[in-house]
Design a protein around this ligand. Structure first.
Ligand SMILES: Nc1ncnc2c1ncn2[C@@H]1O[C@H](COP(=O)(O)OP(=O)(O)O)[C@@H](O)[C@H]1O
Ligand SMILES: [Mg+2]
Length: 257
């Protein structure tokens, strides 16, 4: 059995006295492709913000690769091998597509770069950036200003930027949000392909149940900041609690969980 790359232990976070993540615990095995589902406001993005250091938890631990990273700033979590693509993309719109990815590659190499860095090394970074753009199908747009890309391509660029950080764990917050049905499935195929080729552990948040049940090895259902259920797609689709509040004919989770 694979070791756990991430352990969330008794994690809690409230905003203005309102508990958004409530004593939440779960484990992610190294190499896993898993989904987090749950209604709007369940705390899914907040969970990613806690894991990647954008929020400091009120209590609890986040053990990544054996180290408690709770409260560690985002640039430090990146150095440890955590990266994420955002629900609302996090690219520099006035930089070109290539520059966005090069910047992320440089961030990855930060400690090894300075004014004496040989030209060859900088050329290697450019080559690496092009490889990453190729892996998400954006090579032809390398010189475009990122802000001028269509929404779907901006989402792909956000994934490319995350990949340039060479993460061991990649968190994808609604990678297909706002895409057309065709774009959604292309992106899902791409995510699955990247997972298979790069062997990176991936956790993604997604609302489309066909996608979630189509590609996940494991699904976690979040409800009011709590784990309602976790299991394989088969286990989740047979889980009476989940069926009652989320997957039934009339999903009631927004009100009832
Ligand atoms: N920075 C913040 N300040 C105050 N409330 C927040 C903040 N971030 C999230 N929330 C609240 O926490 C709840 C969960 O939000 P979120 O994690 O974005 O949910 P989800 O991603 O599952 O839709 C929501 O009610 C949201 O308004
Ligand atoms: Mg969200």
């Amino acid at each position: 059995m694979a070791a756990d790359i991430l352990r969330v232990e008794k994690l809690s976070k409230s905003f203005s006295g309102r508990l958004v993540i409530d004593n939440l615990s779960f484990r992610v095995a190294e190499g896993e492709l898993s989904a987090i589902i749950g209604p709007n406001g369940a705390g899914k993005t907040t969970l990613f913000n806690l894991i990647t250091g954008y929020h400091v938890p009120d209590s609890g631990k986040i053990i990544f690769n054996g180290q408690n990273i709770a409260g560690l700033q985002p640039f430090k979590t990146v150095r440890l091998g955590l990266a994420r693509a955002f629900q609302r993309t996090n690219i520099f719109p006035k930089m070109t597509v290539l520059e966005n990815v090069v910047s992320a590659c440089i961030t990855r190499q930060e400690r090894n770069l300075n004014f004496r860095t040989p030209y060859k090394k900088l050329t290697q970074i450019h080559q690496r950036a092009y490889e990453i753009l190729d892996s998400v199908g954006l090579t032809a747009m390398a010189q475009r200003l990122s802000g001028t890309l269509a929404h779907g391509n901006q989402k792909l660029l956000d994934i490319a930027v995350a990949l340039a950080l060479e993460p061991r764990l990649l968190l994808l917050d609604e990678p297909t949000a706002g895409m057309s049905p065709d774009e959604r499935w292309q992106t899902v195929a791409l995510v699955k392909d990247l997972w298979e080729r790069l062997k990176v552990t991936m956790v993604f948040i997604e609302h489309d149940m066909d996608i979630v049940f189509g590609i996940s090895q494991k699904i976690r259902v979040l409800c009011y900041g709590n784990l309602l259920a976790e299991g394989t797609p088969k286990e989740i689709s047979n889980n009476l609690k989940v069926i009652e509040v989320y997957l039934g004919e009339k999903p009631m989770m927004d009100e009832a969980c």
